[in-house]
Write a protein that binds this ligand. Structure first.
Ligand code: OGA
Ligand code: NI
Length: 352
């Protein structure tokens, strides 16, 4: 019989129970839509793992001048070379971090009947959960082994009750941390401390609470394929399971979980603003036969309705350092992002 990936997509989609539902149904092998193409699997076998350590920045010395300078230097180096670093002693209480992970688990593990009403691939819904099967299959891509709860506008009463309180508490703290981070990143670029904040590049926030069930055949699929985040900056909370990797010099390096640490990564929009001084991190999540793994990404982005013009920051431009990107409106950026060909990043769209 001819294989039609849409039959598999539809069968899973109709349950509204996500990948977790698929696993709970007792499958013994993963459906074909999740299996990576042969050339990718072959390439994977030939890749060496990086032996380099992903940078860890300790914020505890931030109040003293010397301490702050050291932190700024470390962030500059990490943002130039990796586009990604981990933060420790960042000030968010461990109970808040644990609450956020626990809330994510509770959402995904609640009764399917309760979860169903949120199952949707309609991007205009402020809160929804999905497995991205339709989108990926439409684009001819391999499906991924994860379910995600997306909270795109912070309308507290819309957040599902099982994780409302913990999410709101986390959001409050993570926005405060982002303020601190913007000051440090501004200084790392040689700008005034309030420069990035004034550009309002972090006005819009989306929280994405991922749930990656254990996978029977982890070597055949991926939880999140190789990508860069199209946003300004992402702050990611991950549990202790591991699986997140970042690319450095064409090799994958593990972003080892640090208890109560947070991962920060530079997105495409920030690479453009910095005129390539900082790089947006290429990263992915590999599948494992143990799980579930939970992670929560908070994407900081310009509000999609902003009429503001973006482009390389003028203070970073000079005769020796001409702009590498053209100026654009955020709405243009988003439209182009969703319609662009698969092999292009947001950076390619605006590069001069
Ligand atoms: C993302 C992402 C990584 C993770 O949501 O863009 O890269 O560890 N997540 O879940
Ligand atoms: Ni990402």
């Amino acid at each position: 019989m001819d294989y039609d990936p849409w039959d598999e997509v539809k069968a899973i989609d109709d349950t509204k129970a996500g990948i977790k539902g698929l696993v709970d149904s007792g499958i013994v092998k993963i459906p074909r839509i999740f299996i990576r193409p042969p050339h990718e699997l072959a390439e994977e076998l030939n890749m060496c793992k990086s032996t380099l350590q992903v940078p860890v920045v300790d914020l505890s010395g931030i109040q003293v001048e010397d301490g702050r300078k050291k932190i700024v230097d470390e962030i500059r180096e990490a943002s130039e070379k990796w586009g990604l670093f981990q933060l420790i002693n960042h000030g968010i209480p461990s109970s808040v971090l644990e609450g956020m992970i626990h809330g994510t688990r509770k959402f995904h593990e609640q009764d399917v009947e309760m979860k169903k009403e949120y199952y949707s691939s309609d991007p205009t819904r402020v809160v929804r959960y999905e497995s991205n099967l339709k989108l990926l299959t439409t684009k001819g891509r391999t499906a991924t082994w994860k379910d995600s709860l997306l909270i795109s506008v912070l309308e507290p009463e819309e957040i599902p009750p099982v994780c409302r309180k913990t999410s709101l508490e986390y959001i409050k703290h993570v926005i405060k941390l982002e303020d601190t981070l913007l000051g440090l990143l501004s200084e790392a670029l040689g700008l005034k401390r309030n420069h990035l904040k004034a550009t309002e590049c972090d006005k819009g926030q989306t929280l994405v609470c991922h749930y990656y069930p254990a996978c029977l055949q982890p070597e055949l699929t991926l939880c999140t394929p190789k990508h860069t985040d199209p946003v300004f900056v992402t702050i990611l909370l991950q549990d202790q399971s591991g699986g997140l990797q970042v690319m450095r010099d064409n090799q994958w390096a593990d972003v080892e979980p640090i208890e109560h640490g947070l991962v920060v990564n530079i997105g495409d929009l920030f690479q453009i603003l910095s005129n390539d001084k900082f790089v947006s991190a290429t990263h992915r999540v590999v599948a494992k036969n143990v799980g579930p793994r939970m992670s929560v990404a908070c994407f900081f982005n310009e509000s999609s309705v902003s009429p503001k013009i973006f482009g390389p920051i003028k203070e970073l431009i000079s005769e020796e350092n001409p702009p590498l990107y053209k100026d654009f409106q955020v709405a243009d950026y988003l439209t182009n992002f969703y319609s662009k060909p698969l092999d292009k990043t947001s950076l390619d769209l605006f590069r001069l």
